[in-house]
Design a binder for this molecule. Structure first.
Ligand SMILES: Cc1cc2nc3c(=O)[nH]c(=O)nc-3n(C[C@H](O)[C@H](O)[C@H](O)COP(=O)(O)OP(=O)(O)OC[C@H]3O[C@@H](n4cnc5c(N)ncnc54)[C@H](O)[C@@H]3O)c2cc1C
Ligand code: SF4
Ligand code: SF4
Length: 1024
């Protein structure tokens, strides 16, 4: 850290209670948002209260440092980026302060989804406008952008729901702005009268007077610019709400009472003041009416249909083009049935049945929908297929397709990406066809293809060109292309922004839209922020050209990270050592671009992983904290920073990078719940392994990594070990020395591990299996079954054989290496992987499938091994590994047979392990193979418990430092298991079972135990 940054950090830490960080890694985490721009801040501050905010603002004003308010950091135009101090509201200032009958007072950092979750549950009400259809969008950003958003046709603008808000100005003044009319001014002139007005009516009145004065100097004609016929135009300062109102009120002489400061600040993109609190109107949850999805053979037909649809007053009318439809189809198999592959475009239309307190008949609504479908399909013959949406499940799919179509765009695996460059333009819906007709040839001229979508019912259009930012000619094409696109939109009476705001990306084009109002915007800005400290470069453009903020791809700077050196043989096998660069860090694993660059770049910054609600499992570990520094996105940002040379590679081996990487226990839930399925688990492993290569492993991590070795050593003295584990004094001593918590139950160690037991018998099995025509499987046992529960492996073999498989257990197999992965011990993970791969691939070539007892082992063998070494064998292995329950369930589905199961009169709560989910299904809510299998047992009642991760994560929860956190994560699951209608818990992961039993005080068992009991292989097993 430089001396200046250290001073800044010390100064601010002395002034406020909240967090202050100026280290390079943290700067990198806040250098980007959801878009393609980048600007590295000097300092990051997370204020705890309003006093903190005021102190930071005053300090920044004295030192002349710019300030950049930030919520979740998901905006697309670089709105919350900057070189000064980033003030993060989403960390601490996220409380609900008061809930009224039809209003709510909140701090600005609260997420809209969280707020609506809480008031939805307690009052069946919500804050309506949704500008920013991502889960982490904060209220501060919604107000500061005042975007029209997805629900504009139903709810209008956020400022329509604003009752009052509290702001901190650039000089530290605190203003509370409400929507009351202001009194007549006191008569007189000069500073005396200003002071008198301030004393009599407050500072708010004085500022309103100053704005009125600015407006007084303009004629009404000057206050109205071309774009004002677009109701959703959101560029500049309150151009429709304040300026137009003033103009209507009699031209350039608006009374102070008409200067609605609250409206002026809403939509000001954090450039006039920092929002700290707001009181907002709430509305009843809407009763969903009816909806339909229309599919078209061409984009122009879809646009044409909009004019037919709008007279029926839809509350939502969304356009989605073929590219996005295809991505949604790929993302979730259910959409294969719903979205016809020949569709070039779709319109999703919803008609409202009104709120609960203002009923509109559903019948009327359905009648309208029928009429609409007739009109679009039959009469106008525009759409070739329409789907009605009416049930709750249909609506869930309907909502999800809209959300996902916005989130999936980063999914491209190569450097060509659909970039959020010219999205968020708006034209009146009537002019939409003309705009598309002009746009397509324009893009064609530049040889660019684009994805088009948007809230077309309100004239909003997203244009995402497919570009490769790493290509040199892209940067030369961008400025003229942007100018042409915006000019064309403005020629059609449109606006350059309707939701996002102009940010750093578009503010330089604002004078095109408002040639006369731009000087007035500057005067307004200088009234509240004369030094241009708050979010400079937004609304009032800065000198720097917008393209200078664009993030460059790695390729542009020379593809391979030059200062990374691999340790040992792995990398050297492919690339001979070149001359030594100055900074060298021992990197582990495969560093080819496809394995590092793509996952790091795939993260589109959407912030879906920054959430606390229970509708998603991502990310169990960072969920408990409120900082975005530990979420999956942070791991991708960290690696990307290194790969793009924005962050010195040495930082990877620093404590701060380790702290961030350690907040991933590699559960792989990102594989399912991240909309673009970024492989964050392996990105964290990369960071951890670089640290371990530089510093070695601490003792407790070493024990985890070498857990299987340790158990081999203890096996001969297992009786002693088991007795010692029950002794409180010894456990206390172990806790103090080896950091294994006393209260953690350690299962009894067997004196004869399973792989020892079959040492002499496996040849017989092998010979037998080779002589039959039965499907051949090789059982991968892994550490738990081998050392703690050999019965599991025995029963697995019996059940497989009973169902017609020929089973071989390779006796020299090693542990999967998952514990070594979890602590970043790449050398050992690689050694184990190589041994397993070489044994197993021999068998695969002889026609065996590899069957694991637990899905976490399967996910390690199929997903993690691929990153360790560049062997085709690891890929071959990945294609031939299957988990036990999945194999049997597939077998049962194929042959409709799994005979011989006896009734079991129990009610069990099934918990799916995170890695199991990530290996087996595409959505958390999908039925797991083990669950389906257990349902075949007569009399057994299987309740799926979906309460998130259990918190154990292999051996992570075994460490003293993680013990409490581990139990906290599992609390919702334990509560569900404790319900009296559950006899015991079931999970296909033994670590989960041990945590479930520990947390719920009920027995938790592996499905193999239940199957063994049902087959009669273990008749007394469940009576224990
Ligand atoms: C994949 C993807 C899809 C998206 N789709 C949409 C979409 O459909 N519609 C849409 O509108 N947006 C969309 N967005 C953009 C983004 O999600 C929204 O802009 C969101 O509202 C930003 O919320 P945030 O909390 O992350 O704000 P941030 O990015 O942190 O900040 C946004 C702006 O608000 C200001 N701000 C934040 N807090 C305060 C405060 N307390 N006081 C003053 N100013 C403040 C910031 O300075 C900045 O100017 C999308 C983003 C992604 C990545
Ligand atoms: S990791 Fe996934 S969910 Fe998180 S910000 Fe990146 S793309 Fe979004
Ligand atoms: S793999 Fe699991 S712990 Fe790691 S970032 Fe993803 S969700 Fe979080």
């Amino acid at each position: 850290m430089s001396i200046q940054h250290a001073r800044l950090q010390d100064d601010l830490r002395g002034l406020i209670k909240g967090d202050v960080r100026c280290d390079e890694v943290t700067q990198q985490l806040y250098a980007t948002d959801g878009g393609i721009l980048q600007s590295r801040p000097a300092c990051i501050v997370c204020p705890r209260n309003i006093e903190d905010v005021i102190a930071v603002v005053r300090y920044a004003a004295e030192e002349g440092i710019s300030l950049h308010p930030r919520g979740a950091g998901t905006s697309l135009t670089g709105e919350s980026l900057g070189e000064g101090i980033v003030i993060v509201f989403s960390r601490y200032m996220r409380r609900i302060l008061n809930v009224g009958n039809d209003s709510v007072t909140v701090q600005s950092g609260i997420m809209r989804r969280r707020l609506n979750g809480i008031i939805g549950k307690s009052q069946r009400r919500l804050f309506g406008p949704l500008a920013g259809n991502v889960s982490s969008t904060t209220l501060g950003s919604i107000l500061s952008r005042n975007g029209a958003g997805l629900h504009y046709l139903r709810y209008g603008l956020p400022s329509d729901h604003l009752i009052s808000m509290t702001l901190i100005l650039a000089n530290g003044d605190r203003l509370t702005l409400d929507r009351h009319f202001l009194p007549q001014p006191l008569r007189g002139e000069g500073s005396g009268i200003i002071l008198a007005q301030e004393i009599a009516y407050g500072k708010e009145y004085v500022y309103a007077g100053q704005v009125a004065q600015i407006l007084n100097n303009r004629t009404s004609g000057q206050l109205v610019e071309s774009a004002n016929q677009i109701p959703v135009s959101r560029a500049g300062y309150a151009e429709r709400d304040v300026l137009l109102q003033s103009a209507r009120a009699g031209g350039g002489n608006p009374p102070t009472s008409l200067v609605d400061l609250a409206r002026l600040f809403a939509g000001s993109e954090g450039t006039l003041g920092l929002i700290v609190e707001a009181t907002l109107k709430t509305v009843s949850q809407p009763q969903r009416g009816t909806a339909a999805a229309f599919f078209f053979h061409s984009l122009s037909q879809a646009i044409e249909a909009v004019s037919a649809i709008l007279p029926l007053n839809p509350v939502l009318c969304e356009l989605i083009d073929r590219r996005r439809l295809n991505m949604v189809r790929e993302w979730d198999a259910r959409y294969h049935h719903h979205i016809p592959s020949e569709a070039e475009a779709a319109l999703l239309v919803e008609l409202d049945a009104g709120m609960h307190d203002e009923p509109v008949t559903l019948i009327e609504c359905q009648h309208n929908l029928k009429h609409l479908i007739d009109l679009v399909r039959t009469k106008e013959q525009l759409s070739f297929h329409a789907l009605k949406v009416s049930t709750a499940e249909d609506f869930q799919l309907f909502d999800e397709v809209i959300r996902r179509s916005e989130l999936v765009l980063g999914r491209m695996r190569h450097s060509m990406q659909f970039l959020p460059l010219f999205d968020d333009v708006a034209v009146s819906p009537g002019a939409m066809s003309d705009v598309i007709n002009d746009l397509l040839p324009l893009l064609h001229r530049y040889k660019i293809t684009a994805s088009l979508s948007g809230h077309v019912g309100q004239g909003h259009l997203r244009i995402h060109p497919l570009l490769d930012l790493a290509q040199p000619n892209t940067m030369s094409v961008l400025p003229p292309l942007a100018e042409e696109v915006y000019s064309m939109v403005l020629r059609h009476g449109g606006a350059i922004s309707s939701e996002w705001g102009t940010g750093l990306l578009k503010s330089q084009f604002l004078p095109l839209q408002f040639p006369h109002l731009t000087p007035l915007f500057r005067e307004i800005k200088e009234t509240f922020d004369p030094q241009h400290l708050l979010n400079p470069g937004r609304v009032i453009p800065s000198e720097a050209h917008w393209t200078t903020y664009i993030r460059h791809g790695l390729e542009k700077r020379g593809l391979t990270p030059p200062s990374l050196r691999s340790s040992g043989s792995r990398y050297a096998e492919q690339k001979p050592q070149e001359e030594s660069p100055p900074n060298q860090v021992e990197v582990q694993l495969r560093w080819e671009p496809s394995y590092v660059f793509e996952p790091a770049h795939q993260c589109n910054g959407c912030g879906e992983c920054y959430r606390y609600d229970r509708q998603s499992r991502i990310c169990p570990l960072s969920r408990g904290t409120t900082t975005s520094e530990y979420i999956p996105r942070a791991k991708a940002d960290l690696l990307r920073g290194v790969l793009e040379h924005d962050l010195d590679v040495d930082q990877l081996t620093g404590e701060r990078a380790k702290e961030i990487a350690d907040t991933c226990f590699q559960c792989r839930m990102c594989d399912i719940d991240c909309p673009v399925k970024v492989d964050v688990s392996v990105l964290s492993f990369r960071s951890k392994s670089a640290y371990v290569a530089a510093h070695g492993l601490p003792l407790d991590d070493l024990m985890i990594s070498r857990f299987d070795n340790l158990l081999n050593l203890l096996t001969p003295v297992s009786f002693l070990f088991n007795a010692a584990m029950k002794n409180r004094v010894i456990r206390w001593f172990i806790e103090k020395t080896l950091h294994i918590p006393q209260r953690r139950v350690i299962p009894a160690l067997t004196h004869r591990p399973y792989l020892h037991r079959i040492r002499w018998s496996h040849w017989r099995h092998r010979l037998l299996s080779e002589q039959t025509n039965k499907p051949r499987v090789a059982l991968f046992v892994d550490t738990f079954a081998n050392h703690f529960d050999p019965h599991l492996a025995e029963w697995a073999v019996q059940i497989l054989e009973h169902n017609g498989f020929s089973v071989h257990v390779p006796p020299r197999q090693r542990s999967s290496g998952l514990p070594s992965f979890s602590v970043g011990h790449a050398d050992r993970a690689e050694r184990l992987a190589r041994q397993n791969v070489s044994q197993m691939t021999d068998l695969i070539r002889q026609g065996y499938k590899i069957v694991t007892i637990e899905p976490p082992s399967a996910s390690c063998l199929t997903k993690d091994y691929r990153h360790l070494f560049d062997h085709r064998e690891s890929d071959l292995m990945a294609e031939n590994v299957v988990d036990f329950c999945t194999l049997l369930q597939q077998y049962q589905q194929a042959y409709k047979f799994m005979g011989g199961l006896q009734p079991l009169p129990y009610r069990v709560g099934y918990h799916a392990s995170c890695r199991g989910l990530a290996t087996s299904v595409s959505r958390v809510s999908d039925a797991m193979p083990a669950e389906q299998l257990l349902r075949l047992i007569p009399g057994l009642e299987v309740h799926r418990i979906e309460r998130g991760c259990c918190g154990m994560a292999g051996l992570w929860g075994f460490q003293q430092k993680n013990y409490r956190h581990s139990l906290q994560i599992g609390i919702p699951l334990f509560r569900a298991l404790r319900q009296p209608d559950i006899d015991f818990g079931v999970s296909d992961c033994s670590a989960c079972c041990s945590q479930m039993a520990h947390g719920s005080k009920k027995r938790a068992i592996h499905p193999i135990r239940l199957l063994a009991a049902a087959y009669g292989f273990a008749p007394k097993e469940l009576e224990k």
